[in-house]
Design a binder for this molecule. Structure first.
Ligand code: ADP
Length: 332
């Protein structure tokens, strides 16, 4: 749906809502006045009858009669009824409007996310494919020296890795959504994290990685592939959304039945309103047209799903002086 159509639809539904609220107010007012007129007419008639029958002497005496008191009670009761019903109706209407608005906003957000996803996935798939194709064409057409061939194939290999990671992420995201069952085994979590951090050091020699733990051996009943994916996603993000000299500290500690893993970086940080949203599927901060970094918005979604499947939690807080800390808790 185009933006303009959206705005028009929104305007139209707001007008309908406004009309309904005004109509409700108008009908309540009308009922009030009709009810009052009926009460006055009925009392007036009764008074005339009673004066004619010489049951009462004057107007003031009529106000004391049980029959007038009864009319008055009924009239008051009806007034309260009208007010109560109008209130209930208005509350229901407002709740309904709130639900409709929420649904509408969710739809708009989902559409924006799908658009972002399509844009980024197209870019992410096309650019490595294009460069692999270019390398292969060059190799086919030209006689190159050995070191040139080495350099080109190294680049092509890098792009192939990028594509593999992307395809794996897409498959994993589809799997965690529908059929992810952690393949549980006893893991030496400290060793697993240490190995992954060593791997990260090799891939990102300019980044500073540190690993801290509060006790020698920390065991986790968990899925090796899943936990590996969680750690790699968070570590890769820490590098990707960082300053020129990323400093990434991973802390692992256990206290009684809970294991804490913290990944802290000195990067660009995540603003408060985005802290929960980044776990949504395809969600990326900012706009696809202006964003510098590459990605699909699937990483943190996958991380969250895997942690949930392990009955753990994940949260985000700001690092000091800048950057982000992801904290994971898992049952030991
Ligand atoms: P992707 O990295 O593919 O965009 P993710 O799901 O991994 O997707 O991350 C979602 C968004 O959260 C990112 O686009 C980025 O804006 C933000 N983000 C994730 N990790 C960090 C981090 N360590 N520092 C700052 N921003 C981050």
């Amino acid at each position: 749906m185009t933006m303009q159509k959206n705005v028009r639809l929104r305007l139209f539904s707001n007008l309908v809502i406004l009309y309904m609220l005004l109509a409700l107010g108008w009908w309540s007012f009308l009922l009030f006045t009709k009810n009052r007129d009926a009460f006055i007419a009925k009392a007036e008639l009764q008074k005339l009858v009673m004066i004619a029958n010489q049951e009462i002497a004057n107007d003031a005496a009529f106000l004391q009669t049980p029959i007038y008191q009864d009319y008055l009670r009924k009239y008051n009761r009806q007034e309260w009824m009208i007010m109560g019903e109008a209130l209930v109706f208005a509350i229901i209407l407002v709740i309904g409007i709130w639900f409709i608005n929420r649904g509408y906003n969710q739809q708009v957000q989902a559409a924006q996310q799908s658009r972002n996803f399509l844009l980024s996935i197209t870019h992410e798939l096309k650019s490595p494919l294009a460069s692999i194709q270019l390398v292969l064409e060059t190799l086919q057409k030209r006689q190159l020296k050995e070191d040139q061939i080495k350099k080109l194939s190294k680049n092509a290999l890098k792009d192939t890795n990028r594509l593999t990671t992307l395809v794996n992420d897409l498959l994993l995201a589809a799997r965690v959504e529908t059929a992810y069952q952690p393949h549980v085994e006893t893991l030496r979590l400290d060793q697993l994290l240490e190995t992954l951090i060593e791997k990260m050091k090799q891939f990102h020699p300019s980044a500073h990685f540190e690993f801290r733990q509060n006790q020698e051996e920390i065991f986790l009943e968990g899925d090796r592939t899943g936990i590996t994916s969680v750690a790699l996603n968070l570590l890769e993000n820490a590098v990707k959304y960082s300053s020129a000299q990323p400093a990434i500290i991973t802390t692992l500690h256990q206290k009684q039945n809970t294991i804490w893993i913290e990944f802290s970086d000195n990067g660009i940080g995540i603003p408060d309103p985005e802290k929960l949203k980044v776990f949504n599927r395809f969600y990326r901060i900012g706009n696809e047209d202006t964003r510098q970094t590459k990605g699909t918005g699937l990483g943190l979604y996958i991380v969250h799903q895997i942690i949930k499947a392990h009955e753990g939690t994940i949260s985000i807080k700001d690092n000091v002086p800048k950057g982000t800390i992801f904290t994971i808790t898992l049952p030991a």
